[in-house]
Design a protein around this ligand. Sequence first.
Ligand SMILES: C[S@@+](CC[C@H](N)C(=O)[O-])C[C@H]1O[C@@H](n2cnc3c(N)ncnc32)[C@H](O)[C@@H]1O
Length: 444
Amino acid sequence: MSTQSSIDIPRKAALELLGLVRDEGAYANLALAQVLKNNALNGRDAAFTVELAYGVLRNQMLYDSLAQECADREITAIEPALLDIIRMGIHQIVAMRVPDHAAVDSSVNLARLNVNDAHGKAKAGFVNAILRCVVRNFESDSSEISTQDLSLAVKYSHPEWIIDSYREALIASGRSASELKALLKENNTPARPVLAIRSGESDIDGTSSGRWSTQARVVESTVPQDIEAVRLGHAIVQDEGSQLVAQAFLLSQPIGPESAWLDMCAGPGGKAALISDSVPSGVTFIAVELHAHRARLIERIINPETSVLVADARTRPWGNQFFDRILVDAPCTGLGALRRRPEARWRKQERDLYELTSLQEDLLNAALDSVRSGGIVCYVTCSPHVEESRMLVRSVLEERGGAQLEDARPLFPGIPDLGSGPDVQLWPHVHGTDAMYFALIRRN
Ligand SMILES: C[S@@+](CC[C@H](N)C(=O)[O-])C[C@H]1O[C@@H](n2cnc3c(N)ncnc32)[C@H](O)[C@@H]1O
């Protein structure tokens, strides 16, 4: 890939992806495939585009602060595409092995090509001035920009409310607030895709073993779509934390004989797929999903014995049926999976919690109304935020009675540092997984 060419396709593609995320609300990981295809990018060029666009999405608060130090006007008030070009230049200077002159020149070229108004030349000059100043400020001998004086929020580019929620969750799960930095750093580290092997050969070229789950393979040197086992449906892409949750559900032990299992929030079907592979004979398994398009994704990967219902689980569309095991993998803020969703930290708002916790409460109540005596409900979120995890579970159980928390840690055998219990909280900086929360509840 040329670093100086005037038609620099990988950088142009990164800028295009950032525009789609900003202007059309696209999810970077979903829009990426189309952008790479449109620009005929693959191999190292595609990897460069991904690193650049994802790096900017993750670190934009820090990069805006570094740019602001060099600017004579409010940096966030400049036109969005120009700001993205500056952020891309800074990412190349401080986080990629791109020579400074190439980072600056390619950014100036991008500005010239993409800003087509009468002030195009001046804007390219502005980009040039800012990036040269950032280069000067960058301490090349320390390999890290001098960020000692910055707040955690700016240094690690996370909104304050998310940092506060992590601090509270670390303490609530029996850990220390001093781990915050390690957690924030981990959120900024690209996570390799992980596969869950469902059948066939588990030794797959270009992958290595997972850390905990025997089903897990970490994709090292290719993309999941190029792996035959994925194309054939023998493996699915699934974070190891989610695999552990599905395995914990399978390890849970309702009292007495079993005949029916339920996944109340099943789309797109990752956990339901793993569970459906191990449903014992004589047991029926129902997967419910509110949205038809997500239900179709479940149908594509689920064992065909499973029934898929498109419905609002709060209305208990299964009628008066009672279940031995119920999984409530509740819709949540997703704060535990930020390392895989680079733009999510800026899209989520603290106020989203009001609506979400009300939905989560209703879903958990519907589950507790539908589990038989001696049966279990596994309440799960991919967020450690206490208001949608441990506090919510305790408040629902206190209000209704008739069910209690049990120690979930034995359902995660061999996994250290699961917290003070009885709930389980996984952490990216400790376990290398998404921050999955898991509560084991038994009905009296
Ligand atoms: C966290 S995701 C579940 C992930 C899934 N268990 C997996 O492993 O792939 C939550 C899902 O719940 C669905 N959902 C939201 N509200 C629902 C409701 N009232 N009833 C049923 N499903 C709902 C969402 O559409 C979303 O697909």
